[in-house]
Design a protein around this ligand. Sequence first.
Ligand SMILES: Cc1cc2nc3c(=O)[nH]c(=O)nc-3n(C[C@H](O)[C@H](O)[C@H](O)COP(=O)(O)OP(=O)(O)OC[C@H]3O[C@@H](n4cnc5c(N)ncnc54)[C@H](O)[C@@H]3O)c2cc1C
Length: 491
Amino acid sequence: MDKKIIIIGSGLGALASGLLLSRKGYKVEFVEKNNQAGGRLNQIKKDGFTFDTGPSFFSMSFVFKDFIEKCGLDIPFKFVELDPLYSVNFRDSNHTYHLNKDIKKLAKQFEDIEPDFEKNMEKYLKKSKQLFEDTFDIVIKNNFNSIFDYVFQLMHVNPVHIPQLFNSFYSHVQKHFSSKEAQQVISLVAFFLGRTPFDTMAIYSLLSHTEFRHDGYYNVEGGMYNIVNGLVGELEKNGAVFNYNSEIVKVEEERGKVKKVIDKEGKEYSGDVFLINADAALFRGRVLNREKYSEKKLSKMEWTMGYLTFYVGIKGKLPQLDLHNYFIGNNFEEYAKDVMHKPDTLQKPYFYVNNVSKYNPECAPVGCESLFFVCPVPNLQYKNNWDDADDIVNSILEDFSKRINQNIIPNIITKTVYTPKDWEEKFNLYQGSGLGLSHKLMQIGGLRPRNFDEEFSNMFYVGASTLPGAGLPMAVISGELAAERILKYLK
Ligand SMILES: Cc1cc2nc3c(=O)[nH]c(=O)nc-3n(C[C@H](O)[C@H](O)[C@H](O)COP(=O)(O)OP(=O)(O)OC[C@H]3O[C@@H](n4cnc5c(N)ncnc54)[C@H](O)[C@@H]3O)c2cc1C
């Protein structure tokens, strides 16, 4: 049990693996490029305000519960269920939809434009439930040793779902709802996978089941970063060591095993096992110089979109906002088809606003709000120059003020902007792609970069670009899958 596991990066996947391994008695040491843990799940504290930097949705709480149970602990943060889940406002419309989990209540909001909403939604959710139940354990919660193993496992999935691999999320939703508004509101969840409902497979409509039926969304008390605080606290109790401001750029091996990793300043870390939480494709390409992940090959892979995010503290309260708020336009199809590739969409951007201080007053001074804006944008492959970021941010702030009938611009106390360039630099995200490799058919399951190294028997991977994919619950599952491999290796 005196074996030492060096973990490179301290994103959620890394923290989850680290906690499981330290609870089994192994020594765990993190090496993180930034000055605090969490990766994309991070925090800015500025001018009396507290902002979550990336994730703002806490969903699939059952994944956290299962994970923490495996660690033999209680969940080290508090969370409270939300109703409504979120709100959606269309441009030039006074109507804001509040997405209630109670389908009767939700249907009432659509009664003028889609009288059969309740029946349609029930049918849609029934299908989403089947998709969830028939795929979650087999495809999402599984390690695959080879492509053959993956194909073999897929044979256990009910073949009735095969068409959902080839239909788009949007076309699937269109089959269930007649009004454009319902189609657009229900398919928004596809954006959570970093692409659009038009290029996300219909199979991911299982997310609607997790939103409305299986679980829902939660407010994490004190903000999302308390997930990181809680996990780091438990890790430290178990003796884990955290090294910050240390970026690994080199790996030294001996007879097929990694002996040590070395950071930019020449500091060395030796261990028995190495777990990589840096992007699983990028690390293999740029640090290990693997031909399969050369710059040319990386550029040919399909990456998720970028995000322009900004964090604004204002004087005054905004009671008209929910915790999660979408502000979308009235050209959904055109916008969604262009947003990944064409900077033109930024003339009338869609955006999301998280009002964290609504339920977490400690995140803003008294009488103030702490707002976090996310605007989906082309990643650096399609828009490399972000000199216009402030103009885009100002146009969103103006649009937002109009749509909530309250001008927040004169009341701004603090503002911080992250463009995809910042996301790339801070967290080593390829071309500033917010969620890593996309989830197209050829990049999921056993076809994603593996969570074990092709050459070094003691090197493993965890995080968004390996199994199973992007999002906080997936990071936790990724942590479990990597820990399972490491435990087998160390046996
Ligand atoms: C704007 C935004 C909003 C999001 N919203 C949500 C949401 O609401 N809900 C949700 O579920 N998910 C959301 N996500 C996705 C979610 O944040 C990620 O899927 C998840 O946090 C990724 O975790 P990870 O384990 O891959 O680690 P990461 O967060 O990618 O962390 C990796 C860590 O490794 C470090 N690192 C990289 N290279 C090196 C190196 N060479 N040496 C040392 N350290 C290194 C990085 O600094 C980083 O700390 C969002 C993402 C973004 C960008």
